[in-house]
Design a protein around this ligand. Sequence first.
Ligand code: PBG
Length: 330
Amino acid sequence: MSYSEFPYSRPRRLRRSENVRRMVAENQLSVNDFIAPLFVMEGKNEKVEIPSMPDYYRFTLDLLLKEIEEVQNLGIPAVLLFAKVPDDKKDNEGTEALDPNGLMQKSVRTIKEEFPEMVVMTDVAMDPYSSFGHDGIVKEGEILNDESVDILAKMAVSHAEAGADFVAPSDMMDGRILMMREALEEAGFPNTGIMAYSAKYASSYYGPFRDALDSAPGFGDKKTYQMDPSNVTEAVKEAITDEQEGADIIMVKPGLPYLDVVRAVKEVVNLPVSVYNVSGEYAMIKAAAEKGWLNEEEAMMEALIGFKRAGADLIATYFAKDAARLLLGK
Ligand code: PBG
């Protein structure tokens, strides 16, 4: 072919109609890929909207069950639970996190009773339970690693006892996946999976989440354990390490500013890769839409397909229900 006869190649032919576009679409979103994060709090018959997360609520367990029924009816296969802990139950060792009748454990048990098919994933981290708002034990201004991992492993077992299908450590301590896997096997939970927050960055985009759980660090920041946003090799190393230590799903977090990390991790691990479309990403789209500056549905779907294009198999997102409704035409 000679370029004097320009243009033979016309990519626009494949964009001419909705049907042709559907035929050549390289990536698809499906409700099967969604994980719905949910916030639970103590009390009865109450739901509280999170100010920095419009239309997103913290629920007491009774109302959370209704929410999960909706999630289930939309075909979303999994929920990821976070518990809000009152200040008077917080301490440096996160003691409350290990209470077999604690809010998280009680919630998991009740949800699995009512919705046995629902895949229940639990956040394993000390920060909501820590009087310092950190993901580990604090000593003289330092976050201790190995002592914290001991507690995290016990937390994982406690969630497994309550019936969690997957535990999701979000702490970024070293060696935690290995210790958790060993603890789960020893305690008789070989089938409880681990979704590892392998590449979790020290991110400003967690702001609204910390409002939701009142879990902002009381001093300093999380930069000695969460990753530096300038790094990608380190993410690959973390992901490979977690795979070797026994993780079942590898997660990258946040999502939108880290699509290259999702791709890099997907290329090296032989496991499903999940991405966390975090609270600040939700808040950005919601806030711009409230101002009339973005079309909320379109911006949401574009962000979600972006995760698939980057290589994500699963997406934890506060948009799970909204996106499912659109996909199903409900
Ligand atoms: C706790 C945890 C955080 C998120 C998930 N688990 C916050 C943090 O590390 O400070 C953030 C989720 C979000 O922003 O949506 N370890």
